[in-house]
Design a protein around this ligand. Structure first.
Ligand SMILES: [Zn+2]
Length: 518
């Protein structure tokens, strides 16, 4: 299994200067190559159903594609895939010979062919390294890899429905292929990465123990984020993923309800608080101040640049704190039980702008757009999607199940009588208008979510208290009882979903808080 690990680099001033220069050159290189391909494409194979294979000497005029015959002196070279090099000698490539493995006979002899855009640009780049000191100082494989990244962007566009490769105003990373960069563990806190062309760069090694289980180090990427440098290493770790636990052996289940006031409500009655990394009062004020500071400075001035860096650093810190909190929350959720049940939320639809409201006289009335945009900010600050992704990964590693259920009526349905009503919920309180069942609204929602997975079993003598912090298995006491609504049609150990009727004291709950608020 290949995993990507990220570490913070600790470059010295010399390293930083070199890497900054590299990024500028690489950006120019990429943008130039992209433009060259575009020009080539627009002048050659435009509006042609069947690809035209041009032969050297066939055409003289690119616009009219008039053929003057073989005796005509060629005025410009025309190539199939676009790029037109200065020297024609690098426009060709020799294809490899193919042999039949069994008989050893030659199937395809080597042929001289027109090279594709990538191949030609690679050869031009190699020549460029001798001419320009800026290109010359970059490690050649990194420079060639830059073109391969452009190839990938094109492949994504043509084959995987992604956007057309764009010109970049700021390139922020470069990559070493497997076997080029070397990692050496120096001491407890640091490791050294030998990056060809740059030198030995220290990085903060936060995975000292885990490095022991690494079988192979694959590609290494160096990236810049605001004013910090990072190194990300793809490592090969065997046996990282445990086998999926069969449903017969599942012993516990936890439902989670994501929210704004309480980030996560567990079905065992505990909560994870929402630290609101970007929207808490202190940080929101700081962000506004930093933004205002940029707005007040003269465009293009040095002071403005400094202010931009300050804002970027603040945003980076916010993102880092949210990321760390989400890992802790996800870890706690996955550790709680064998099966995690969550809602199948469409977060993109939840953060849409408020629709305009017509007043019936051809105009508009207040539609609460300002309040909605504030709520959207808070929702995005929670990072629910990120938490879901992290749960999925951690569960996969531990061999546990994650089930996504339909979120319809999870907050309105009464767990005892099944009555669905909007009026059941009032803020954080849940009070059934039909039977009078009371509960914390989020906790109740998480239990409804857990039930929706279909892993509900007949009640046992031993039931788990609803506000008990741990989710443990309850063994089947009577034989022959087969669950009728078990989603997977197996009759294993009996599960008891938290008995919500015994729940009465809201003060005993465990509330977890992660990270700092600023
Ligand atoms: Zn009810």
């Amino acid at each position: 299994m290949q995993v990507r690990w990220n570490f913070k680099l600790k470059p010295n001033i010399g390293h930083v200067e070199t890497m900054e220069r590299w990024l500028v050159t690489l950006r120019k290189h990429r943008n130039y190559a992209l433009r060259e391909r575009e020009i080539g494409y627009s002048t050659n194979n435009q509006d042609v159903v069947e690809e035209i294979v041009y032969a050297f000497g066939s055409y003289c005029d690119l616009e009219s594609r008039i053929e003057y015959g073989a005796c005509c002196p060629l005025t410009c070279p025309v190539l199939k895939h676009g790029v037109v090099p200065e020297k024609l000698s690098i426009a060709f490539k020799k294809t490899k010979e193919k042999f039949d493995i069994k008989t050893g006979k030659l199937l395809k002899p080597s042929v001289v062919k027109w090279d594709d855009a990538s191949g030609i640009q690679k050869k031009v780049t190699t020549e460029l390294r001798g001419k320009s000191p800026y290109f010359g100082e970059i490690y050649s494989a990194v420079l060639q890899g830059n073109l391969e990244r452009l190839d990938d962007a094109y492949t994504n566009f043509f084959k995987h429905g992604r956007g057309y490769p764009s010109y970049v105003a700021r390139l922020d990373s470069f990559e070493y292929k497997p076997g080029q960069a070397k990692i050496e563990l120096t001491n407890k806190n640091y490791a050294t990465a030998y990056l060809p062309g740059i030198g030995n760069v220290k990085f903060h090694n936060s995975r000292q123990k885990e490095f022991g289980s690494v079988a192979d180090i694959r590609s290494v990427t160096v990236s810049k984020e605001s004013s910090y440098w990072f190194i990300s290493i793809i490592v090969e770790i065997p046996d990282l993923i445990q086998e999926l636990l069969p449903f017969e052996k599942v012993k516990s289940v936890v439902g989670i309800d994501v929210g704004v006031n309480k980030l996560i409500a567990f079905s065992d009655g505990s909560f994870a608080l929402n630290t609101k990394p970007a929207t808490n009062k202190k940080t929101a004020r700081r962000l506004a101040m930093r933004q205002r500071s940029i707005a007040r400075k003269v465009k293009g001035s040095k002071n403005r640049k400094k202010a931009v860096i300050k804002l970027a650093r603040t945003k980076h810190k916010i993102a880092a704190s949210r990321n760390g909190r989400n890992w802790k929350v996800a870890n706690d959720i996955v550790k709680t039980a064998d099966v995690v049940v969550r809602e199948d939320l469409k977060i993109k639809n939840m953060v849409k702008r408020a629709k305009p409201k017509h007043d019936g006289k051809g105009g508009y009335t207040h539609n609460g757009a300002s309040a909605k945009s504030g709520l959207n900010k808070v929702i995005l600050d929670c990072g629910w999607g990120d938490i879901y992704n992290k749960i999925a990964w951690l569960a996969l590693k531990a061999g546990k199940h994650v089930i996504a259920v339909n979120p319809k009526h999870t907050s309105q349905e009464c767990p005892t009588c099944g009555h669905i009503d909007k009026a059941n919920r009032e803020g954080e309180k849940f009070l059934c208008t039909n039977c009078g069942h009371t509960d914390h609204a989020d906790t109740k929602a998480s239990r409804t979510i857990a039930k929706k997975a279909g892993l509900v079993f007949p009640k046992n003598e031993k039931t788990l208290r609803a506000d008990c912090a741990k989710v443990t298995a309850v063994k089947r006491t009577t034989d022959g009882v087969v669950s009728s609504n078990h989603a997977f049609g197996t009759s294993g150990e009996q599960l008891s979903l938290f008995d919500t009727t015994v729940y009465h004291s809201p003060d005993n709950r465990i509330t977890k808080k992660y990270g700092r608020t600023s």
